[in-house]
Write a protein that binds this ligand. Structure first.
Ligand SMILES: *[C@@H]1O[C@H](CO)[C@@H](O)[C@H](O)[C@H]1NC(C)=O
Ligand SMILES: *[C@@H]1O[C@H](CO)[C@@H](O)[C@H](O)[C@H]1NC(C)=O
Ligand SMILES: *[C@@H]1O[C@H](CO)[C@@H](O)[C@H](O)[C@H]1NC(C)=O
Ligand SMILES: *[C@@H]1O[C@H](CO)[C@@H](O)[C@H](O)[C@H]1NC(C)=O
Ligand SMILES: *[C@@H]1O[C@H](CO)[C@@H](O)[C@H](O)[C@H]1NC(C)=O
Ligand SMILES: *[C@@H]1O[C@H](CO)[C@@H](O)[C@H](O)[C@H]1NC(C)=O
Ligand SMILES: *[C@@H]1O[C@H](CO)[C@@H](O)[C@H](O)[C@H]1NC(C)=O
Ligand SMILES: *[C@@H]1O[C@H](CO)[C@@H](O)[C@H](O)[C@H]1NC(C)=O
Length: 899
């Protein structure tokens, strides 16, 4: 989607590029496209904004009747943004926006609203004061697109806009004397063509289409001298490049000894002033320049036939008095410009932005999260302090779990995820050291997890209305700042840890079966199936007959409970038996199809020495090392069936796995399905994973030279090629990544982990629509946005693996500069430009540039945004083989023998 917009912008830009030789972009907001005087093409703004209604308003000026288009924004959104393309080869552009109300809606209520450019709020437009209202902004180019937004002010009407122009400015212009502050936007206050009174000058006289206003309207008290004589100006050397016609006129002091401009300014602020001088007279006047009673230039000489400029910045002013005082001959000035200086606020960290974008994708909704999260206005659901995101509020969406990306929002003080269908344990929050408020209420969370104790600044923890079970962990007592712990309406039992009994901490416990600091408050707990281990309360103060009654009641209740439990259990056992019988039938069926074994849980226990050695952990569960009676080593993967998909899904997976045999796929040895335990047994590979080799201890890393990396890539591509093209049904792996590429002791690579795989038959359409699964950093962005799964998603992930092999770094890295945060975005332009400096340091000087070029070029094609333009894995494989043999011959030629 994003890409599509880029494409439209780009092509739109090119169209203007052709018909508008000057590179102008002129949007008629709410109007249609047409060509105006001097071949300036005005185009409809439809391709640049998706919202708003349009109309036309006609109004009468002193001398003419104007009919202008208008786009207005009646909907309730707080901001409406134009995305404007900008040429990146420019140093700055001029943005000119015109806002017209003129009672188009017959309501006689001119609106007021704010305007932002990029991250800065630049102006407040108030159409009661002036209508039409024009804003001109000089923006320092640092991106290839720019957002201009209208920001609604509550109760102040509907924003309107009539036209929007983007004009390239001369390279380096409007930067002099702004050193140390490159990050400013300049907002025009005045641009005066001194000494000229007959109308404005703009394109084509000024090729940059700045509008130079006539002099008289500002200071009618002074006479202007017109110089129609065309004077040749030598040494014309001004970066702002003012047009000749502007420099050809000057205001010149005649009889009095002072020449002054008194200009009122909109707002108290810092201003940037440029004075233009041209020696259009045959004499060379000398004069002093005073700004707001401060002499800025004591003796300034304008040499005949030379043009020159003076630049000043003036801080904290709300009016401006520029005075020229005579020293020799008559002072003069040819033009002047005054701009308000607007600071551009800092950007939110790229880690934060990426994490939020990933979270938005997880929500499956368009939250309208565009550009910067904090500026000009914080995104919906977010609060900021400066450029740091400190609060995140999400609710009534289906998050299901707190994904690891939440752990990247390190500045969070408030995290509110109430009513987001969270299940399982509280996880991935341990890194949020600044967190003060955590609201996870109204979910189905089952366990406290182990990370809460790290949230040392937590003040409020709201876990009400969840499915928390068992007892409250002692470790919550470590949260010394906690003042409210809400545990209402859960299934918690047992005494609360004494560590939570302290002044200043309120613990809410109602709506739990039995939860308090003392066990005596469990009096009212009746015997239920939930808590069969009833503690029989004996209250000494009760009279004897009461006690008997209670005992009778209790034992009656207990009897009833026991009965219930018995009935319940026998139903379960019967179900279990049925299920096991079903499984056995399945197993028998399966035995005919494949060679995989069925293990008993006891066999597994023996093989793993009672699950002694963990060799891996993942969202699916843990992987243990095991040894079968025949001495064969295996990896035993014990699944938690978190998805509750049950037997069918497991059997399907086993079925799928047992049909696949390929030398570059980790082979499946067998499985165990007993008492709901789902265990998969794979061959054990001694070499560990590719991730271990790339990022593990340096010893391993050094062993992976370029030729062995290419070998690994070729092997893995063979495995994937088999999944995509060799097997029937064809299989999309869905989780290709370095830690799923395993190596045997001879460094042959095999692809593993089909836990997320999806099979599809040729009869299926060319894609499958699914829920997004996979690993951050490897996920195909197109799959994310369209949910259309194709083999090309695997190709994308594999491209990321290739980039990792080339650059020796992980796909997402929080160290280094923000630009390098995302491997794909960082590596793509560098490798495209042949910048091999980004190749892994340990490879430098040992690779054949041709071989690297081939591998890099195929990697870049794999990670192309557009899935349809990515190559097939078969093509990738042939390219990698070629890169591999190039490197082999390079090594042979250079006498290397080590591989
Ligand atoms: C406008 O463009 C046409 C065709 O490109 C050209 O012939 C004409 O001279 C241009 N007019 C102006 C005023 O530049
Ligand atoms: C704006 O357009 C929408 C849809 O085209 C329409 O429903 C709405 O009535 C319009 N609002 C105004 C104020 O014209
Ligand atoms: C002002 O400009 C108009 C046309 O742009 C021209 O006809 C007129 O003669 C000019 N007046 C002077 C005083 O130069
Ligand atoms: C023109 O500008 C360049 C660079 O800013 C400077 O080196 C040169 O001296 C200038 N020439 C004149 C005649 O001012
Ligand atoms: C502008 O400044 C000059 C010199 O500092 C002063 O003489 C003059 O009165 C000032 N004009 C106004 C309108 O303040
Ligand atoms: C939770 O969200 C659902 C809609 O997703 C809504 O119907 C329900 O009222 C919400 N419950 C609470 C307690 O906010
Ligand atoms: C947490 O969110 C729920 C639902 O909106 C709200 O009722 C509760 O007051 C919040 N807890 C705190 C401590 O703000
Ligand atoms: C809480 O602690 C205080 C003193 O530390 C103690 O007197 C009180 O009995 C405790 N409350 C409970 C319910 O255990």
């Amino acid at each position: 989607m994003l890409f599509w917009i880029d494409l439209v912008l780009l092509s739109a830009f090119w169209v203007f590029g052709f018909s508008n030789p000057d590179g102008f972009l002129s949007l008629s907001c709410g109007g249609s496209s047409y060509t105006a005087a001097y071949n300036i093409s005005w185009v409809s703004d439809n391709d640049f904004i998706a919202t708003g209604n349009t109309t036309t308003v006609t109004y009468i000026e002193e001398t003419s009747t104007s009919s202008v288009p208008i786009r207005f924004f009646p909907d309730s959104q707080s901001r409406q943004c134009y995305k404007l393309p900008v040429r990146k080869d420019l140093s700055s552009v001029l943005i000119r926006a015109t806002f017209v109300y003129r009672n188009y809606d017959s309501q006689n209520q001119p609106p007021s609203f704010r305007v932002s450019l990029g991250r800065s709020i630049t102006s407040t437009v108030d159409l009661r004061i002036k209508d039409p209202w024009t804003e001109e902004l000089v923006w320092p180019v640092n991106k290839d697109s720019l957002s201009l937004c209208l920001l609604k002010v509550k109760g102040r009407g509907i924003p309107v806009i009539s036209s929007l122009e983007v004009r390239p400015l001369p390279l380096g212009a409007y930067r002099n004397s702004l050193e140390g502050s490159p990050n400013v936007i300049l907002r025009r206050s005045y641009r005066i063509n001194s000494g000229y009174t007959n109308g404005t000058i703009r394109y084509p006289s000024d090729p940059f289409d700045r509008i130079w206003d006539p002099d008289q309207s500002f200071t009618p008290f002074h006479t202007s001298w017109n110089f129609n004589r065309l004077t040749r100006l030598s040494s014309f050397n001004i970066t702002e490049n003012p047009p000749d016609s502007v420099l050809q006129t000057a205001r010149v002091l005649a009889r009095k000894d002072r020449l002054s401009y008194t200009l009122s300014l909109d707002t108290l602020g810092d201003y940037y002033i440029i004075l233009y001088f041209a020696g259009i007279l045959s004499l060379s006047p000398s004069f002093s320049v005073t700004i707001n009673n401060e002499v800025k230039q004591s003796e300034y000489t304008v040499t005949s036939s030379e043009a020159s400029t003076l630049y000043f910045t003036q801080k904290r002013i709300s009016k401006l008095n520029i005075t020229f005082e005579k020293i020799k001959f008559n002072p003069q000035v040819n033009a002047l410009e005054v701009y308000e200086i607007l600071q551009i606020p800092p950007e939110a960290s790229s880690t934060t932005v990426s994490a939020l974008k990933v979270i938005e994708q997880f929500t499956g909704q368009d939250l309208g999260w565009q550009d910067d999260p904090c500026t000009p206005l914080p995104w919906n659901h977010i609060e900021c302090e400066g450029s740091r995101v400190t609060s995140l509020f999400l609710s009534q969406i289906n998050l299901r779990s707190i994904s690891p990306t939440f752990g990247d929002l390190l500045d969070l003080k408030t995290l509110d995820l109430h009513n987001t269908s969270l299940t399982g344990a509280i996880q991935n929050v341990g890194s949020l050291q600044h967190l003060q408020q955590l609201n996870l209420s109204f979910n189905q969370i089952k366990s406290f997890g182990s990370e809460l104790e790290n949230l040392i600044n937590l003040e409020v923890l709201d876990l009400q209305n969840n499915s928390l079970q068992g007892s409250v962990p002692e470790t919550l007592g470590k949260l010394k700042k906690l003042r409210l712990l809400n545990l209402e309406n859960n299934n918690l039992i047992g005494p609360l840890p004494q560590s939570l009994n302290r002044t200043g901490l309120e613990v809410r416990t109602t709506g739990n079966p039995c939860l308090s600091f003392t066990s005596s408050s469990c009096n009212n707990v009746s015997s239920t199936i939930d808590t069969p281990q009833v503690t029989i309360p004996i209250n000494k103060k009760h009279k004897k007959q009461n006690r008997v009654a209670i005992l009778l009641g209790v034992s009656g209740g207990a009897l009833f409970a026991t009965l219930l439990i018995f009935v319940f259990m026998s139903i379960c056992t019967r179900r279990q038996r049925n299920k096991e019988r079903d499984i056995t039938r399945e197993q028998l069926k399966m035995q005919n199809w494949n060679t995989s074994r069925i293990f008993s849980h006891k066999e597994i226990k023996t093989a793993t020495r009672n699950f002694k050695e963990v060799i891996g952990r993942g969202s699916f569960g843990s992987v243990y090392h095991g040894k079968l009676p025949d001495g064969k080593q295996v990896a035993v993967k014990v699944r938690f069936d978190k998805t509750q998909l049950g037997a069918d899904s497991f059997i399907n997976e086993v079925h799928l796995l047992s049909q696949i045999r390929h030398q570059n796929l980790v082979s499946f040895e067998g499985f165990c399905y007993e008492s709901k335990r789902q265990i998969l047994v794979y061959e054990y590979l001694h070499g560990g994973s590719l991730a271990d080799h790339l990022y593990g201890p340096s010893r391993k890393r050094l062993s992976l030279n370029w030729v062995s990396r290419l070998k690994v890539a070729v092997d893995a591509a063979k495995g994937l090629d088999y999944l995509h093209n060799g097997s029937e049904p064809r299989i999309i792996h869905r989780d290709v990544k370095c830690s799923n590429i395993l190596l045997d002791k001879d460094m042959n690579a095999k692809v593993s982990d089909f836990g997320l795989s999806k099979q599809f038959t040729k009869a299926d359409a060319s894609h499958i629509t699914t829920v997004v699964k996979g690993t951050a950093g490897y996920l195909d962005p197109e799959y994310y946005s369209t949910l259309q799964l194709t083999e090309k998603s695997d190709v994308y992930s594999f491209g990321v693996v290739l980039l990792e092999l080339i650059c020796g770094r992980e796909p997402l890295s929080h160290s280094g500069s923000p630009d390098s945060f995302n491997l794909v975005l960082w590596a793509r332009p560098n490798l495209q430009a042949g910048a091999f400096e980004i190749v892994d340091d340990v490879l430098k000087g040992t690779f054949d540039p041709e071989s690297m070029k081939k591998a890099a070029s195929v990697a870049i094609r794999c990670v192309g945004r557009d899935a349809s333009s990515r190559p097939s894995i078969a093509y990738v494989l042939t390219q990698l083989k070629e890169a591999y043999s190039l490197q082999l011959s390079y090594l042979a030629a250079s006498g290397h023998t080590d591989m």
